[in-house]
Design a protein around this ligand. Sequence first.
Ligand code: KG4
Ligand code: ZN
Length: 353
Amino acid sequence: MYVLGIESSCDETAVALVERGEQNRVVDEQIKSQISLHAKYGGVVPEIASRNHYEVIDHLTSEVLKNAGLTMGDIELIALTQGPGLIGSLLIGLSFARGLAFTNRIPVSPVDHIAAHIESSFIENPGIEYPLVALVVSGGHTTLFYQESKFETEIIAKTRDDAVGEVMDKIAKFFGLGYPGGPILDKMYSGGNPRRYSFTAPRMSDGSNDFSFSGYKTAVIRHPEVKGMVVGGQDFNDLVSSFLYSVVGYLLEKTRAAVEEKKVRSLIVSGGVSRNSLLRQMFTDTFAGSSSDSGSDKGIKLYMPSPRFCTDNAAMVAWLGYEKYRAFPGVDYFDPSLNVYSRALFKESKRHR
Ligand code: KG4
Ligand code: ZN
């Protein structure tokens, strides 16, 4: 069947058309990034985001259908991001999807954005085996999940403060490097010495397994040597590389502990920050023992989506929407009370250790 996916939770409007069933492929996807609109503010401005979603969502949908040579009459399911995200932005996606669904009598399958980031790995690797650990690293979230199966999810650890991508964005903003900071710092990594400065990995005073990243931000922007540094100079580049090396090492150690404790078959790393070159390299070296993006070592297989499926996209939404539709046939997919939510849904789970 053809599934239309709609993503509008933050600063990308994305519409994808995927085919699921006998054929499983992304037929077409159109993404309109709002980065240039938010860049001068150094972060996403919610009202600007909603207005832009509103302006482009209709056109992107027409483009996708035109490129696929299809009409709404060919679509059997509409999947959309229900949350978490910016309420105004999510409501544009929901209202648009509902309008399409109502006029064309098409069921609507709402999905969780973070669950869709996990699902993004299945687009290119349908055979990923459970149980698995998934590390979702993005601008809004840094969470380690354990999944017994696709719809049995438990949180192992989540950030207590900033998300890892958010810290990269804030550091870049502080030094006037541009927005979003993640890709900018990524490019700077190879120009510095990652072992020049050291940062202490945070430990929770209450013994919890959660992450914390705000200390990294403070340690970089208030570094005792930072006043004497020239942005773009060698010392500064060394500081950026050392920060990245340390923060990726922290993610890696927590993930390794989770994987060993849970004895899983697969590890997924996804979300915008999983585009990071150093992160991909270090995770591959540790878990795959080769430079490819998937491989096996110690009985566990590592999966990281291709860069286009790491950052926000609608193909992952359509993919998961279809899986939910198949898994829960009794649900009312025409529910008029369907609403959006801003905060992460997954419940707090048992302590990891
Ligand atoms: O998944 P995503 O598109 O949106 C959220 O759900 O948050 O992730 C966006 C985040 C931003 O913080 C951005 O700086 C980061 O992903 N990012 C990167 C890279 N590309 C994007 N971080 C590190 N290295 C990259 N190459
Ligand atoms: Zn995302």
